[in-house]
Design a protein around this ligand. Structure first.
Ligand code: BTN
Length: 247
């Protein structure tokens, strides 16, 4: 991973750039990194704020074998990989909020977006987008985001070497991806659970079925979040966003 590398000064979205390369036959592990994105994309159709020079904005081409159910599992695998890389390179003990946001002190410092291109019921390729607020400063964020986000620099008090961080993410991902191919999702699931800041917490889920409240109980075998509802039943949550309550 990361051996076929393109670094762009400015682009609309590294997702779009990597997708274009995937369609042209780029091999698995092809990576596109940008200093700045003009229209960075987040999950659920949101905008990803990507100012120049201080973040890590990158997208990698994945060509997973296997069924469609691998896609949510890969998003969780990616979160584990980035979490481990961040700890190694910056010492910041980030935790994972389901499915794949990384938080420090309850504030978001990294988001992951996995987009799959499906053809004839099979995954043709996936684009794994990772946005890490490496060295962003308070003034880099729009006013309304400032109390919800943080950066590695702010948490560790030191400038992070972005190239070292990118290399560490690629190495961690490659190792976990190989583990996943060999041993399936179970070991990834345990790693995810040990890095989670979600399990055991009171949450609310917003998805196509509206808003529900409960306790985050565990991670299911497919990567779904198992939530204990007020009447004691444990129900799966496959997609959507959750909110963590303080505590
Ligand atoms: C989220 O938390 O909503 C996911 C954010 C993903 C952002 C990254 S930055 C690199 C890549 N290019 C994009 O346009 N988005 C992803």
């Amino acid at each position: 991973f990361g051996r076929h590398l393109t670094v762009l000064a400015k682009t609309d979205s590294t997702q779009t750039e990597a997708e274009k390369r995937a369609r042209e036959g780029a091999p698995e592990g092809t990576l596109v990194v940008a200093e700045e994105q003009m229209s960075g994309r987040g999950r659920q159709g949101r905008v990803w704020h990507s100012p120049p020079g201080r973040g890590v904005w990158m997208s990698a081409v994945l060509r997973p074998e296997g069924p469609l159910t691998a896609v949510p599992q890969l998003t969780l695998l990616a979160a584990v990989a980035v979490c481990r890389a961040i700890r190694t390179v910056s010492g910041v003990e980030a935790g994972i909020k389901w499915p794949n946001d990384l938080l420090a002190d309850g504030r978001k410092l990294c988001g992951i977006l996995l987009e799959a291109v499906i053809e004839d019921g099979r995954v043709r390729h996936c684009i794994m987008g990772i946005g890490i607020d490496a060295n962003l400063e308070e003034s880099d964020y729009p006013e309304e985001l400032r109390d919800k986000v943080t950066s590695l620099r702010r948490e560790s008090g030191a400038e992070v070497d972005r190239s070292a961080l990118i290399a560490a993410v690629m190495n961690e991902f490659e190792a976990l991806y190989a583990l996943y191919a060999e041993s399936g999702f179970d070991p990834i699931r345990s790693l995810w659970e040990s890095l989670s800041v979600t399990l055991g917490r009171e949450i609310s889920v917003r998805d196509a079925r509206g808003e529900r409240r409960g306790i985050a109980h565990s991670l299911g075998t497919q990567g779904e979040l198992m939530m204990q509802t007020e009447n004691g039943a444990v129900v799966p949550v496959y997609s959507g966003d959750i909110e963590l309550y303080p505590g």
